[in-house]
Design a protein around this ligand. Sequence first.
Ligand SMILES: [Fe+2]
Length: 331
Amino acid sequence: MRRRFLLKAGLAGALSFGPRQYLKAKSDSGTSGKGSFSMDGHRLGFYHSEIKESFNIMMISDTHLFMNDEREEPFRQYSGRMAGAYNKTQHFQTGIDTHPEECFSRSLSLAKENGVDLIALIGDIFSFPAEAAIEWVTGKLRETGIPFIYTSGNHDWHYEGMTGSMESLRQEWISKRLLPMYQGEHPLMSTREIKGVLFVAIDNSYYEIVPEQLTYLNQAIATGKPVVLMCHIPMYMPGRGLGYGCGHPGWSAASDRNYELERREPWRQDGHTETTMLFHKTLFDAPNVIGVLSGHVHRYSLDVFKGIPQITADANAKGARLDVAFDPFPQ
Ligand SMILES: [Fe+2]
């Protein structure tokens, strides 16, 4: 299956940081620089000495689209619960009744109005992988003409009650349905560089990191350029619950309360893999990681771990998003 990812999704995304390229980049810049960070509701600002030119991005997560058509008939037993989960929502600012499709469309219009250089779609855009929803989203994104990057959340590929490991089900349903969202790049890891800042999207949708993703992160860090990591499940933060579960020391089968409801295999018996724990350490020890953007918990939050801010976005199902500005650091 991994082979299938590589063949179908292409090597370009996964290998965009060859050793030669990263050595060159490191010698060109190689400094972690100085910076600051601000947050005002859904508006974030990153200021950094390595940023020479201002730009904006929009991050969207947890739209939970549930639209589907007759092609979904054979899968209703697996998608029924989530198809009824977010049919009506209240707008995060006005409290007025709305729904995920309207919120997603409006967010894309705002992205266009704001002239963003990137739309980052960070998981649970879909409540399950229905063709109709995926076609609608890819069509809408194409209409904007704005570059986008996508990584999956725990729901995008998940048909509840299907047998198989999380790893194999993720591979299967990404390959069968979600590939158009990745635009030929590796589904588990990809990068966009905008004006010298690397936006690295990592799929941690079942809370775990695989060794190739750790290598990929190391390569991004080794460029010396400012790195913004984006992943659906927030990284572990002291004092936070298991929603902030990637690298959480309390994460294990014993603490998994939702596996029966979500009809999936429980989390790992003996907690996170060493790779996942090392990914967390590597990320927050890096001198040039300037921030982490996540979703999943359906609320705005900010933590600062070892000086690096991690921000979660409220759900786009209710219109929420992150409008993120990047500017030079005033000397
Ligand atoms: Fe999620």
